[in-house]
Ligand binder design. Structure first.
Ligand code: PEP
Ligand code: MN
Length: 263
């Protein structure tokens, strides 16, 4: 069990395995959009950049039913092996309570995606399970609605909740979503929970991800959730917005040492 340190004011810290979010420096959680057959080797390469935890999604909510839906159960041994080899905490998305039960021994934290932000029965079930949850903002949700959703988890006794801004739907079609950096500030006014940012699903294109990640760090986000892959163009899911190891390593340094520490 990691020791949670008091932070300035009454901000809360959340432990995902041995990673503390809301501590003294922003955390970086990264990995491919979805776990693929080569995941263990990918996880080792990602670990080499200094990331704090791994994205390891085996159940994916895809817009179209004919898109790759994640490897499902088949990927469970890959998660176990990636955690064993890298020693990094594993964050994995769940769409229903049954998936959360199935992953309980392998995941250090659960991700609830934008499309499930107001899936209240799921939130209540995860509240009862008591494991850390990263709750993404729905792309049509106000900050108040997002914070209210977090209260479904907390109402069942689970305060281990991290909010994640991932962009909202606006009239602008050139980005996949519009990253609402101000949401970090607004959410902080409404809740004591840590707030992280996913620049990948907002950008939709890898070349914009580093700058949006830096914008998140500049407004004081408690961490970044980034889609990264050793060969981004080969990602099975969300390849266009997935960054490579060099770009990731630069962001890790900036999260650890402060903005402007890389060329
Ligand atoms: C994801 O993280 O891969 C994802 C599906 O994100 P979102 O729920 O924010 O769309
Ligand atoms: Mn994705």
């Amino acid at each position: 069990m990691v020791e949670l340190q008091p932070v300035a004011g009454d901000r809360r810290q959340v432990a995902i395995g041995n990673l503390i979010i809301g501590g003294t420096r922003p955390a970086v959680i990264a990995g491919p959009c979805a776990v693929e057959p080569g995941y263990v080797e990918q996880a080792e390469a990602l670990a080499g950049t200094g990331v704090d935890a791994l994205r390891a999604c085996v159940f994916k909510p895809r817009t179209r039913p004919d898109s790759f839906q994640g490897m499902g159960r088949e990927a469970l041994p890959l998660l176990e092996e990636a955690r064993r080899r890298t020693g990094l905490p594993i964050l994995t998305e769940v769409l229903c309570p049954q998936e959360a039960e199935l992953l309980a021994d392998l995941a250090d934290g659960y991700q609830v995606g934008a499309r499930n932000m107001q899936n209240f029965r799921l939130l209540e079930a995860l509240g009862e399970m008591g494991r850390p949850v990263v709750l993404k903002r729905g792309f049509g949700a106000t900050v108040e609605e997002w914070v209210a959703a977090s209260e479904y988890l907390r109402g069942r006794g689970n305060d281990q909740v991290v909010l994640c801004e991932r962009g909202i739907r606006t009239f602008e079609p050139r980005t996949r979503s519009t990253l609402d950096v101000s949401a970090v500030l607004v959410a902080r006014d409404l809740t004591d929970l840590p707030v992280i940012v996913d620049p990948s699903h907002a950008a939709g294109q890898r070349r914009w991800v580093p700058a949006l990640a830096r914008a998140a760090l500049a407004v004081g986000a408690d961490g970044l959730l980034i889609e990264a892959h050793p060969t981004p163009t080969l990602s099975w899911s969300d390849a266009d917005q997935t960054i490579g190891l060099d770009a990731l390593a630069r962001l890790v340094l900036e999260a650890q040492r402060g903005l402007g520490t890389t060329a």
